[in-house]
Every structure is written in structure tokens, then in C-alpha cells.
Design a protein around this ligand. Structure first.
Ligand SMILES: [Zn+2]
Length: 109
């Protein structure tokens, strides 16, 4: 399946930031502390989590998939590639300032 989801950032009626990503809607998890930002999906248990791997590299966990920061990314716009990239998976995430703006869910696994 090839799918490009444009993430849309909106404010809910109570003024909380939410992301519309494809068919899913995420709200910012208010328990987030420090640099770890967690977005919880409203409709199921899918969530996008920005975290650090054991070697200190930033990763995004999105549902069952994990993405590594593309090391050549510079500036606020960052590309993240699926950890199965070496197996030919071409799924990517684009973020600007720690916010997901695009999800190319082209997973082959
Ligand atoms: Zn993948």
C-alpha cells in the first residue's frame, strides 16, 4: 500500500493541539515532560512518540513502526526513515520542529 498522509495541525475546542494524520487523529499527551513529546491517537492505541534510543539517537515510534532520524537532515525540517530501511522499506516521516508534517507509509513489512 502506498499512502501519503498530510498531517494537519488543529486546535481542539478546548484549545489543545491535535494532529489529523490520514484517518487518525492524535492529541498531545499532556503528561509529556522534557524533550519527549507524545501524541496519542484518539480512535485506537496508535501513537507517535518522539524518544531517544539506547545509543542516544532520536527515534519516532509510530504504531508498530520505528523511524530513525536521517542523519543528513539539517535545520528544523527533518526526515525520518523506517528502521527496516536496510530491508528496502521506503516509509518516511517528515517533521518540522518536532511536529510530523508528512507520513509516507510505504512499508514493505
Ligand atoms: Zn517500514
Amino acid at each position: 500500500m502506498y499512502l501519503i498522509s498530510e498531517a494537519v495541525y488543529v486546535l481542539s475546542r478546548n484549545g489543545n493541539p491535535v494532529i489529523q494524520l490520514g484517518q487518525y487523529r492524535y492529541r498531545r499527551w499532556t503528561g509529556s515532560k522534557g524533550s519527549k513529546v507524545r501524541w496519542i491517537c484518539n480512535s485506537n492505541n496508535k501513537e507517535a512518540v518522539f524518544l531517544l534510543s539506547r545509543n542516544g539517537n532520536p527515534v519516532i515510534q509510530l504504531g508498530q513502526y520505528r523511524f530513525n532520524r536521517w542523519s543528513r537532515s539539517k535545520g528544523p525540517k527533518v526526515r525520518w526513515i523506517c528502521t527496516a530501511n536496510h530491508k528496502g522499506c521506503r516509509a518516511k516521516i517528515m517533521t518540522v520542529d518536532e511536529v510530523i508534517v508528512k507520513y509516507m507509509s510505504e512499508h514493505n513489512h
